[in-house]
Design a protein around this ligand. Structure first.
Ligand SMILES: *Cc1c(COP(=O)(O)O)cnc(C)c1O
Length: 493
């Protein structure tokens, strides 16, 4: 199986090369030239496997230059205790009908752990397979969740170092504590003065500085990013849709072969694209329902065919979906209209900040995708209703998905069973959840955790509770102009 770039089909790579490179030099994203296909028998066989085995099987079909044993070893390490103390991706069925795929039982209490626990194994192996000798230095700017997930994934991984920059004062206190208490000999965390864009631009500057890259190479280092467009971050997410389908069949909520709709709270279009890939590979999924918050650029795109980023940006209570450019949508465009469509749309996006797809392409997308959005008020109401109706506590991102799913069933009458991707633990957003439930949240994040635990009668996830006792290891505040110097100093230690 060969990989091609969405912007240059003549660029052919093997899976390891695609993962090692991350982004294609002309700016395209990598995709397998042909998707693997799973027969019903193969999917049925997965029913008797545990999550690690299911993940290794799905990955092996996408990454032929990795052996099944190799992938089983990675999955066994990535998706087991102590990283995932319980079953990694359990499905809980609500009394009112929807099945919730809980993707928040990893070390950072959000679904990015599925990708970022696996990526270090895939990346270090890919570099080895492609003959890279250097220690890989991952640098990433974060507005909150990604930085911590990347730190947890790469901490103490041999042959790697991980440096994270977050905007000073620009994250929640809990997110900051998650990062500055990070353990590991190969990690560094910096607060950068300014906002997220300043930090992001600073990192981009380091990546495009050829002299600096050469200097680092002399010292035995190679820069890389844990960016969400790396194929190695996307492909591990396909596995949990197979796993959920198998679990629902085993629990007799589904008859094998029956269509399962999926609703995904969406930002960068990675998670829902993974569901689309699973469907294209033969998993019996029905409608894929794309749920947005007030930043409804994808709702507008999937209903009108016009993608327009020229609009106001809103900060919402589901911050991980506050995004106006959904990078992974480029992969869907490629799968729908090939390189010419990608070329035309990406040029227009660059020049005018918007593009429009042909009516036939839109019609084709709408056969698979439905969409909708929820504002902060609707999100809060959904948290409260779900708690009252189903005795189930959900986080604001998951609530956006539940709201959009309800809208969808009312509008269409589609009563097929539905899987809701639950992307974060409610405890990660304790303040928002408490207020949605009608309580006043303590400004102290640890007290807010206790409040929520008390009200809901559920223990605080250990990964969050234990932060209170962990020493702060990183308190360096730098200016974006000093980022390069800070990296040099850190690497010379
Ligand atoms: C990143 C994130 C999302 C959005 O996922 P995409 O793959 O970017 O669409 C949704 N919810 C949470 C909690 C996240 O961290």
């Amino acid at each position: 199986m060969e990989y091609i770039s969405t912007r240059d089909e003549n660029r052919r790579l093997c899976a390891a090369q695609a993962i090692a490179a991350g982004l294609s030099p002309e700016g395209g994203l990598f995709l397998p030239e042909e998707l693997p296909s799973f027969s019903p028998e193969e999917i049925q066989e997965m029913m008797d496997m545990d999550y690690q085995e299911r993940a290794a099987l799905v990955l092996s079909r996408f990454l032929p230059d990795f052996s099944r044993e190799e992938l089983a070893e990675y999955a066994g390490k990535a998706y087991a205790s102590p990283k995932f103390p319980q079953s990694p991706a359990p499905v809980t069925s609500l009394k009112s009908g929807p099945h919730i795929l809980e993707l928040f039982h990893g070390p950072t209490c959000a679904f990015k752990d599925f990708a970022l626990q696996m990526l270090p194994f895939l990346l270090t192996a890919s570099l080895k397979k492609t003959g890279v000798q250097e220690t890989v230095v991952i640098l990433t700017a974060t507005s909150g969740d990604t930085g911590k997930a990347a730190l947890e994934g790469f901490a103490d991984v041999e042959g790697t170092k991980i440096g994270v920059f977050y905007p000073d004062g620009g994250t929640s206190e809990m997110q900051r504590l998650q990062m500055v208490t990070q353990s590991g000999e190969n990690v560094a965390v910096f607060a950068a003065a300014g906002n997220f864009d300043d930090a992001q631009n600073g990192v981009k500057k380091i990546f495009t500085d050829r002299t600096f890259a050469e200097e680092l190479k002399q010292q035995g280092f190679l820069l890389s990013s844990a960016n969400s467009i790396n194929w190695g971050r996307l492909v591990p997410q396909v596995a949990y849709y197979f796993s959920a389908y198998c679990d629902l069949c085993k629990q007799d909520h589904l008859t094998f072969g029956e269509k399962l709709n999926v609703t995904v709270p969406t930002g960068n279009f990675g998670n829902i694209l993974a569901a689309y890939l699973a469907k294209q590979c033969g998993l019996p999924l029905g409608k894929l329902i794309c749920a947005s918050n007030r930043n409804r650029v994808l709702t507008d795109f999937l209903s009108t065919g016009v993608y327009d980023r020229n609009r106001e940006f809103y900060m919402t209570t589901s911050p991980s979906m506050d995004i106006l450019i959904s990078s992974n949508l480029e992969r869907l465009l490629y799968l729908s209209g090939g390189q010419p469509l990608v070329q035309r749309c990406m040029e227009a996006l660059q020049q005018q900040g918007k593009y429009e797809v042909e009516p036939e392409i839109l019609a084709q997308l709408q056969e698979t995708f439905a969409c909708g959005c929820a504002d902060d008020y609707e999100t809060a109401q959904e948290i409260r209703w779900t708690y009252e109706r189903d005795s189930y506590l959900c986080d604001p991102h998951t609530a956006v998905a539940l709201h959009v799913y309800e809208q969808y069933t009312q509008q269409t009458g589609d009563s097929a069973p539905v899987l809701i991707a639950s992307t974060a633990s409610p405890f990660k957003f304790a303040g928002t959840v408490l207020e949605a439930l009608g309580h006043e949240a303590s400004p102290d994040p640890f007290q807010a955790l206790e409040q929520l635990s008390h009200i809901a009668g559920q223990p605080v996830p250990e990964a969050l509770a234990s932060l209170a006792d962990r020493p702060v290891r990183f308190n360096q505040v730098i200016t974006p102009a000093n980022m390069k110097a800070a990296v040099t100093e850190w690497l010379s230690k």
